[in-house]
Design a protein around this ligand. Structure first.
Ligand SMILES: *Cc1c(COP(=O)(O)O)cnc(C)c1O
Length: 423
């Protein structure tokens, strides 16, 4: 199974003789054993198997295995949300007193999680502009830096992250690069091919695609050698007293240590496991991911080109447009298309943007993005309404900005809706 399309449809679950063709929903919290000894081996991580769904569940594992195959990783786990995936990806290797470097152009929820909540746990963050110089980047590293974090295609700024450059800097300083690949999806970009070490997803977006299930995923490339920097990552390279003195890198190798630790410690103690039913729904989305993403990108490029020519639009941001600041980087990292999300400015500012939103008929006003249904958001009057004009400009969401998530309807219908609302 080598092609990405085949993996979307079939990877992760291969039924044996007489077993269900479709991934079964194992909606059970608990698994039965004949003897206490049998179960004891599972608790000691001596044998693999299921005992309690907070730690592992077959439905969740099949779906995680599919995403692992799509990204080209060695191990993966599902989480109940993208936020949980981002948090675990950091907290699995950094603790109180440590430091992490993060791109300034990340999802707002990620920024809050790191800058406010994780910071309160004693982990310090340096936020760095993804377009900074190599000098500025290298100067951001400290002796206690444990990871670098960025987003392939940032939500909502659509800034394309130079994965190769940041991976090199991270590796020069002996730490992994973690990439949030939510908007690109493994159909458009596989960050491991450019040197990233860990990938996280909010599967809530294109992966699910139908806006049914909040979820997340963490995938390990298995390429980062924790043992080479054993002093930096004692959680992976020294015995875990909370798990009978197991040393994760010894017992599970470089391919399995990171995800096993995240499951055995973080999921055990913090418990952000998805419901097996949600994992089942996520898989139905993944089965058509390759077809959907391609069409989202085609429709979005057509919409972006239409907007660029419209007299009532002051600017358009879509990395697939040749006029875009990130066009070159997008051609390198996202040659098949960036995503279905286009942002643009309505001429006349806030007042006209609000009027435009009121006129939309086909595009629904929702906070969600990356859905099969075209949806639209005016941040200045909704998600960011408490901010002043100046704060909005500083945050890169000026009051004329509309975020338009192009769906899978006929592009002619999407454009006529835009046209009537803009006119
Ligand atoms: C939505 C989103 C998240 C958070 O995911 P949830 O599933 O909503 O918790 C993280 N990163 C990106 C890029 C997102 O778009």
């Amino acid at each position: 199974m080598t092609g990405i399309n085949t993996k979307c449809v079939q990877a992760g679950y291969t039924p044996k003789n007489g077993e269900p063709r479709v991934i079964p929903i194992v909606q059970s919290t608990t698994f039965k054993y004949d003897t206490s000894e049998d179960m004891g081996k599972l608790f000691d991580l001596e044998a693999s198997g299921y005992f309690y769904t907070r730690l592992q569940n077959p439905t969740n594992d099949y779906v995680a295995a599919k995403i692992c195959a799509l990204e080209g990783g060695t191990a993966a786990m599902l989480t109940s949300s993208g936020q949980a995936a981002s948090f675990y990806s950091i907290f699995n290797i950094a603790s109180c007193g440590d430091h992490v470097i993060c791109s300034t152009n990340v999802y707002g929820g990620t920024y809050n999680l790191f800058a406010v909540t994780v910071k309160r746990m004693g982990i310090d963050f340096t936020f760095i502009n993804p377009d900074c110089t190599d000098e500025e980047l290298n100067a951001a590293f400290k002796p206690n830096t444990k990871a670098v974090f960025g987003e392939t295609l940032a939500n909502p700024s659509l800034v394309v992250f130079d994965i190769e450059r940041f991976a090199k800097a991270a590796h020069d300083h002996g730490v992994p690069l973690i990439i949030d690949n939510t908007f690109a999806t493994p159909i458009n970009c596989r960050p491991f091919e450019f040197g990233a070490d860990i990938v996280v997803h909010s599967t809530t977006k294109y992966m699910d695609g139908h806006a049914t299930s909040v979820g997340g995923c963490i995938v390990d490339s298995g390429k980062f050698d924790w043992t080479k920097y054993a002093d930096k990552f004692p959680g992976l390279t020294t015995p875990d007293e909370s798990y009978h003195g197991i040393t994760y890198t010894e017992k599970f190798g470089l391919g399995g240590a990171y995800i096993t630790k995240a499951t055995a410690q973080l999921m055990r103690d913090l418990g952000s496991i998805p419901s097996p039913h949600n994992a089942f729904l996520l898989n139905i989305g993944l089965e058509s991911l390759h077809v959907r993403v391609k069409r989202h990108c085609e429709n979005a490029l057509t919409v972006a080109k239409f907007l660029e020519k419209h007299p009532n639009v002051s600017w358009v941001n879509y990395p697939g447009l040749e006029s875009n600041k990130y066009y070159k980087l997008a051609q390198k990292y996202l040659p098949n298309g960036s995503s279905g999300v286009v942002s643009f400015g309505v001429k006349g500012g806030r007042k006209n943007a609000e009027a435009f939103m009121k006129k939309l008929k086909l595009a629904a006003i929702v906070t969600h993005v990356a859905d099969i249904r075209t949806c639209c958001l005016h941040p200045a009057s909704s998600t960011h309404r408490q901010m002043t004009e100046e704060e909005l400009n500083d945050a890169g969401v000026p009051s004329d900005l509309v975020r338009f998530s192009v769906g899978l309807e006929d592009v002619e219908d999407i454009i006529s809706d835009l046209e009537q609302a803009l006119n």
